[in-house]
Design a protein around this ligand. Structure first.
Ligand code: ATP
Ligand code: MG
Length: 487
């Protein structure tokens, strides 16, 4: 256990945020002792910017929060059972908690909360890096209370619990998931004893609400290398509870065929690699989720075909159809379901296009089906190349370059299709002495085709010259074609 050490040298930090200094001034004016705690102090040392602030108040935190709200003509949102109050002020979220002691009964998530000392309050926090408090009262302004030596843990990039990990985690099992989230977000390691405790107690996460789990899930997804968080979830056994469908992707099967052993790749590890790869290029959390689940139906479609190897025929379609269930299970907002379904359903299409031949019409079909998601689909396809063979990887990337180039060309052409011949109908009618008729349309289209085919530039003078040189032939051609149709 990390024993409280009261001999630690007192650190003093510089607080520059006006809003935090203002709360300190009010604390003096109104006669409260107030500290800023948790994430703020941690992020101060890590030099991370923040917009939400947590304050610990000795005494009646709710009365203090309500007074602040009243002075600023706003309203405090009060959670009496937890003795906390939230005050939205100047675009910031200020949370006030009375220093408290928490006692948990087995198998209940609801603690019995009573008033406690600052030390009681820091003990009930999740990790030592989150258990530092800084005084905001004038006489001790900026002084850090760090009884669990969170500062060293920050320097060592390590997540340790203030109490025995089994106690911290069994009091609130969500803390196990928070450990993984902070590890992923900050690039920290989980202290060995805490890691082992999580592994032994992972099943306890099932008493935590899906909403709280989803909150941490999204924070992991938004971190720079979300795959690292999922690897820890897997290693600790939490993944089975947090995202059961994903846990099923783990494992390698080997089959002995005529000449040799055939092992397929571990789909979970592959998916996490794709996730990390796409996260280098996008912050769009839904595109990241698409990368995470793109092969979700591989286990159910897996077949070994003698003489050929492993096949996952239809996994894209099965995967897309599984997503609704996954969204329900994970309590994800359905708003983004169609987008992810589309990406999962189509993630092999650009590659298949190369094999089938990249014709204009195939490219048009792909682009129209993908719609707004076309660029994201290509990003997913590129991230999906995880082969260790550099020649193969270069070949696949080149294939995607070809398809992307072709999409651009076809879209350019199609955009041009909407244009009009620079030589307009009136002029054609006047020069050829024609009434408004199909013949005029035929001549206009012929000029437009010549521009599309690159025979002449899209300019009036060139089009006029081309028209003058060819009009007699076209008139004859058109007459001929009409005759042919009649017969
Ligand atoms: P961030 O807001 O960047 O996600 P944070 O550290 O501020 O990180 P919050 O969830 O806002 O996290 O919580 C504020 C503080 O409250 C934490 O720093 C921690 O001290 C404490 N805390 C929050 N949730 C728990 C919990 N489940 N168990 C114990 N302490 C917690
Ligand atoms: Mg916070």
């Amino acid at each position: 256990m990390n024993k409280p050490d009261t001999n630690i040298e007192l650190d003093k930090i510089e607080i520059n945020e006006d809003i935090v200094r203002y709360i300190g001034k009010l604390a003096d004016d109104l006669g409260y002792r107030v500290y800023i705690v948790g994430g703020y102090v941690r992020d101060y040392y890590l030099k991370r910017q923040r917009e939400d602030f947590d304050f610990t108040v000795i005494g009646d935190s709710i009365a203090f929060a309500e007074k602040i709200a009243e002075l600023n003509r706003t309203k405090a949102v009060v959670y009496t059972a937890f003795r906390t109050a939230l005050v939205p002020l100047r675009g910031y979220k200020l949370e006030f908690v009375g220093t408290r002691k928490e006692e948990y009964l087995p198998d209940s998530r609801k603690p019995i909360v009573s008033e406690g000392t600052l030390e009681d309050d820091l003990k009930r926090r999740d990790f030592t890096i989150n258990a530092m408090a800084v005084s905001l009262n004038k006489d001790t302004f900026g002084e850090v209370t760090d009884i669990f030596d969170g500062k060293s843990a920050l320097e060592d990039k390590i997540l340790k619990t203030p109490l025995e990990p089994e106690i911290t985690f069994s009091d609130d099992p969500l803390r196990m998931l928070r450990a993984v989230r902070f590890a992923s977000q900050l690039g920290f390691n989980i202290d060995e004893s805490a890691f082992l405790a999580i592994r032994a107690m992972s099943g306890r996460i099932s008493i935590v609400s899906r909403e709280r789990i989803a909150d941490e899930f999204f924070k992991i997804m938004k971190s720079a290398k979300p795959g690292s968080g999922f690897r820890i979830l897997y290693e600790t056994g939490l993944l089975e509870y947090v995202f059961p469908e994903l846990a099923k992707l783990s494992g390698i099967e080997t089959v002995q065929d005529i000449d040799r052993n055939y092992a397929h790749k571990d789909v979970l590890l592959h998916s996490l690699q794709v996730l990390d790869c796409i996260s280098e290029s996008t912050d769009n959390v839904w595109l990241r989720i698409a990368a995470l689940v793109h092969d979700i139906a591989k286990p159910q479609t897996k077949r070994f075909i003698k003489g050929s190897g492993w096949s996952y025929h239809g996994h894209e379609e099965f995967g897309a159809r599984k997503l609704k269930h996954i969204f329900n299970q994970m309590k994800f907002s359905k708003e983004h379901l169609p987008y992810i379904e589309k990406l999962v359903r189509m993630h092999h299409r650009p590659m298949a296009l190369v094999d089938e031949g990249v014709t204009d019409s195939a490219v048009r079909r792909l682009a129209s089906q993908a719609g707004d998601a076309l660029e994201d689909l290509f990003m997913l396809c590129r991230a999906d190349i995880t082969t260790k063979n550099p020649n193969l990887s270069a070949k696949y990337l080149n294939n995607y370059d070809i398809v992307t180039q072709k999409v651009i060309e076809v879209q350019e052409k199609d955009k041009l299709r909407e244009f009009q011949s620079p030589v307009r109908g009136d002029e054609i009618m006047q020069i050829c002495k024609l009434p408004p008729s199909q013949t005029v349309g035929y001549i206009k289209t012929t000029i437009e085709e010549a521009i599309l085919d690159g025979i002449i530039p899209n300019e009036y003078d060139a089009a006029k010259q081309y028209f003058m040189e060819n009009k007699d032939t076209w008139l004859l051609e058109f007459k001929g074609s009409k005759k042919a149709k009649k017969q």
